[in-house]
Write a protein that binds this ligand. Structure first.
Ligand code: SF4
Length: 284
């Protein structure tokens, strides 16, 4: 792993494209991701972004934005008034192109320091997106912040299997991610399970029942078609993620599978589809 500590001029990025309907800003404490060589990294859409990778192999580098908390504090008032001036809440997605609780976070604590600074400069809305139960280490801070802004935790849980044959291990076991759902729910923090990208399910009824019993407030269901930044899923189709899904269930390769699964999920929980779901818009 190639680790660099860098200084950033800005950390609050005004959103465009897929995220524009979700939030006003994204916030990435790191460039690159220490989970890049695990199962989620195989189809991770960020690996196809040449501006971020700059020729480096996905999962082999992380740039640590060591001054991110200071830059956030400095630029937050300006970005808040920019968003509000356009009639939108100042809403932050943390994070869109890295995992804020990746392994290096335990050493550098950039995400934790950002959450601390947000106690003084809270956004209007905060979405915390992660693949790992390591987020539980910041539960007290997150709980406090939930009293200062509209906050929800998004836990990526692609399906009801720990891994698909042919893919590496996941960044965090399914069991630990379900445990994280329960802990946030117990603490009164809104927590959403994100099936993104949707894996073939073994038993959809049992899975959504488990998520509901674990305290998830909603589920987001996102297929790699439309969800990977291409209209036809062509990015994912070039990766071994598509082969792994196809091997388990050719039916799950079709966008219609997402809608079939969503129908079942609605018997148990509010359901959001793709970007609308990430934006917190659900139907039941
Ligand atoms: S944790 Fe998120 S950003 Fe990191 S490799 Fe997995 S999908 Fe990509």
């Amino acid at each position: 792993m190639d680790i660099s500590q860098i200084e950033s001029k800005s950390v609050l990025t005004r959103t465009s494209g897929y995220l524009k309907s979700v939030c006003s800003h994204s916030l990435n404490p790191y460039i690159g991701c220490g989970f890049g060589r695990s199962s989620c990294g195989v189809g991770c859409y960020v690996r196809f972004n040449p501006w971020l990778t700059r020729g480096r192999e996905w999962g082999r580098f992380v740039d640590v934005k060591r001054n991110a908390p200071d830059v956030y504090a400095k630029t937050c008032p300006r970005e808040k008034s920019w968003a509000r001036g356009r009639g939108h809440p100042f809403s932050i997605f943390l994070s869109s192109s890295t995992d804020p609780w990746q392994p290096l976070e335990t050493k550098f604590r950039i995400t934790r320091r950002l959450l601390e600074v947000m106690q003084t400069y809270p956004p209007d809305e905060l979405i915390l997106q992660t693949h790992t139960a390591l987020i539980l280490e910041d539960l007290p801070l997150i709980h406090t912040l939930a009293g200062l802004c509209r906050l929800r935790v998004h836990l990526s849980i692609e399906g009801d299997r720990d891994c698909l044959t042919g893919l590496p291990q996941p960044p965090c076991s399914l069991e630990d991610r379900i445990r994280a759902l329960k802990e946030f729910s117990k603490a009164g923090v809104s927590v959403v399970a994100c099936l993104s990208p949707l894996y073939p399910l073994q038993d959809a009824h049992r899975f959504f029942s488990l998520l509901a019993q674990s305290g998830a407030t909603a589920v987001v269901i996102d297929h790699f078609i439309q969800g990977d930044g291409t209209p036809d899923g062509s990015r994912t189709l070039k990766t071994s993620l598509a082969q792994a899904i196809n091997k388990v269930s050719p039916q799950a390769m079709r966008l219609s599978y997402r809608d079939e699964v969503a129908q079942i999920a609605k018997s148990y929980l509010p359901v959001g589809i793709s970007s609308q779901g990430f934006a917190g818009q659900y139907t039941q």
